[in-house]
Design a protein around this ligand. Structure first.
Ligand SMILES: [Ca+2]
Length: 467
C-alpha cells in the first residue's frame, strides 16, 4: 500500500490457520518482508514461566520500557492495572489477573494506544503478550508506526479517524483468534521484518479491537508490549515532566530571613504550607534567633522547607528542612506545624559550625533544646512535654539526657528553678564548641547529674497516683 510517507509496503496477512502452536506469516513486499510470528499456549499449556518458543520472551529493557504510553481513543477498564502494566517488564503469574494487565473498558469496542519513544529509531520488532482463560486471551489489533515528521502528523489520532490520514504507516494486522480449539491461554505476537528493521519510527500505535461482542467482556488482557530497536543501545527518552511551579517565598517577620516553601511534590499541601505553616515560621524565626544567640553568631538569612513523599517525619540538614508529606497529611490538625517548628530551631542552632577541636554537640541536648522551644515556648497549650504529658506516659524514662521531650522537661525545670537563661547559655556553649560540665556548674552551681537526680525526684513525686 502507498502510505503518506511514500514508502511502499505490501502487507498481506493471510487468514489465521492454526498450524500447531506457532505460526509464521511472511508477506512478500516490494522492499522487505514484514513477518508476523504468533504463539499460542492453550490454558493447559500456559504457566507463569512464559517459556515461549517461536516468539521472543518478554523483555524488561526494550525501547518501550521508558517510553510514554497513552490512550488516544477508548478508555481503560477500571479493573485494569493501567497502561504502565504494558511496559513494566512484569508478566501476570496467573491466567486471570486483571490488575497485572491492561484492557479497554467492558462493553466497549476497544481503543487506541500510542507509544512515544521520544525520538526515532530503527524498529526491529514489536511484540505483544496477553493471557486470559477465555475470549480475552487472543489479540486483535492493527499495528501502525510513524516517525512523526510529516506535516499532517497527529500523535493523538482522533477516534474514528483513519491513522493513515494523520501521518501513520500501517505495519500489520494482527488477529490471533483460533478457528478451532480452546480460545483462551497465552498469546504472543512478534512483528518484525526480514530486512532487520520495520523502518525508522518514533511512534507506535496499536489500534485494538475486542475479540467478540456477545458479552461485555471481549477486550483482551494485554500483559506487555515490547518495542525492540535495532540499536541495542537505544533508550527511549521519557517525556519531560511538566515544569514545577516556583516555590513559595516569604520573609521572616523582621525581614531578616527569606523562607522558601516548596510543596511542588505534594501539591495538595500547597495551601496549608503557604497559608498555615509559612506565616508561623515567618513569625517565629526571629523569636527563635533571639532565644539562641551567641558571640559573633549570625543566623542563616534563608532556609528552605521541602514537602515531599518520604519516610519518617522530617529532617534538617544545614538550611534545608525536608518533611515527609505523607506524615504531614495525617497530622495537619495535629503535630504538623509543631514538628516543622522543631526543624526550624535546628536551622537556627547550626551546631555543625562549632570550631574544630572544640567539644562535639551532645545530641540529647541538641534535641532537648529544640523540643524545649517547641513545647514550652511555641505551643505550651499542647502540653506536649510537661507534667500533663508525663502523666500520660507509661513508665517514662526519667533520665535528663533521654533527649527530646524528656530533656525538654528537664531544661524547663532547670530554667524555672535555677536560671531562666539556662538554654541560652547551653546553646552558646554548644555552638562555640565549649560545651561541658562546667556550663551547668557555672550557671546553677551543680552538675548535670546532680540536677538530673533532683529533677527526677521531684517528677516522681508529682507522678505519684495521689498527686
Ligand atoms: Ca507487564
Amino acid at each position: 500500500m502507498k502510505t503518506a510517507c511514500g514508502i511502499v509496503h505490501r502487507i498481506v496477512v493471510p487468514p489465521i490457520v492454526p498450524l500447531g502452536t506457532a505460526l509464521l506469516f511472511a508477506a512478500a513486499a516490494a522492499h522487505a518482508e514484514v513477518q508476523m510470528r504468533v504463539e499460542h499456549r492453550t490454558p493447559s499449556e500456559a504457566d507463569s514461566t512464559w517459556l515461549l518458543k517461536a516468539v521472543p520472551r518478554p523483555s524488561t529493557n526494550d525501547a518501550a520500557t521508558l517510553a510514554s504510553f497513552s490512550i488516544a481513543a477508548g478508555a481503560a477498564d477500571d479493573n485494569s492495572g493501567g497502561l504502565d502494566k504494558l511496559h513494566d517488564g512484569r508478566m501476570p503469574t496467573d491466567e486471570d489477573q486483571p490488575d497485572a494487565n491492561f484492557f479497554f473498558a467492558a462493553g466497549t469496542a476497544g481503543g487506541r494506544i500510542v507509544i512515544d519513544l521520544g525520538r526515532a529509531t530503527d524498529l526491529a520488532q514489536v511484540n505483544t503478550y496477553s493471557w486470559h482463560p477465555n475470549t480475552r486471551g487472543p489479540q486483535v489489533y492493527t499495528l501502525w508506526a510513524s516517525d512523526g515528521t510529516q506535516t499532517n502528523f497527529n500523535a493523538r489520532v482522533p477516534p474514528g479517524t483513519d491513522p493513515q490520514t494523520c501521518g501513520w504507516q500501517k505495519l500489520a494486522s494482527v488477529d490471533t483468534r483460533p478457528k478451532t480449539g480452546p480460545v483462551g491461554g497465552q498469546y504472543a505476537v512478534s512483528v518484525s521484518n526480514s530486512d532487520g528493521t520495520l523502518g525508522r519510527f518514533r511512534y507506535v500505535l496499536l489500534d485494538v479491537s475486542r475479540t467478540e461482542d456477545s458479552d461485555p467482556f471481549g477486550n483482551t488482557f494485554y500483559s506487555e508490549v515490547d518495542v525492540v530497536s535495532a540499536d541495542p543501545e537505544f533508550v527511549a527518552t521519557p517525556p519531560p515532566s511538566p515544569p514545577k511551579p516556583p516555590p513559595f517565598r516569604l520573609r521572616s517577620a523582621d525581614g531578616y530571613c527569606e523562607i522558601v516553601v516548596d510543596s511542588s511534590d505534594a501539591p495538595d499541601l500547597k495551601e496549608w504550607a503557604e497559608q498555615t505553616l509559612a506565616p508561623v515560621l515567618a513569625e517565629w524565626y526571629p523569636k527563635v534567633v533571639a532565644m539562641l544567640p551567641s558571640e559573633g553568631y549570625t543566623a542563616p538569612t534563608n532556609f528552605t522547607v521541602v514537602l515531599r513523599p518520604g519516610r519518617g517525619v522530617a529532617a534538617t540538614g544545614g538550611r534545608r528542612i525536608t518533611a515527609n508529606s505523607d506524615w504531614i497529611r495525617r497530622e495537619l490538625r495535629g503535630e504538623a506545624v509543631g514538628a516543622l517548628l522543631h526543624e526550624m530551631v535546628h536551622v537556627v542552632q547550626q551546631y555543625g559550625r562549632a570550631p574544630r577541636g572544640g567539644s562535639r554537640p551532645p545530641g540529647w541536648l541538641t534535641e532537648g533544646i529544640t523540643d524545649y522551644i517547641r513545647w514550652f515556648k511555641f505551643e505550651p497549650e499542647s502540653h506536649g512535654a510537661d507534667i500533663v504529658w508525663l502523666r500520660r506516659q507509661r513508665n517514662p524514662n526519667l533520665r535528663y539526657d533521654a533527649s527530646y521531650r524528656i530533656t525538654a522537661n528537664f531544661l524547663n525545670w532547670v530554667a524555672e528553678k535555677y536560671d531562666p537563661e539556662i538554654v541560652r547559655h547551653l546553646n552558646a556553649a554548644i555552638r562555640e564548641g565549649k560545651y561541658g560540665e562546667s556550663v551547668w556548674k557555672e550557671f546553677t552551681g551543680k552538675t548535670a547529674d546532680e540536677l538530673g537526680a533532683e529533677w527526677k525526684a521531684q517528677i516522681e513525686q508529682l507522678l505519684k497516683p495521689d498527686q
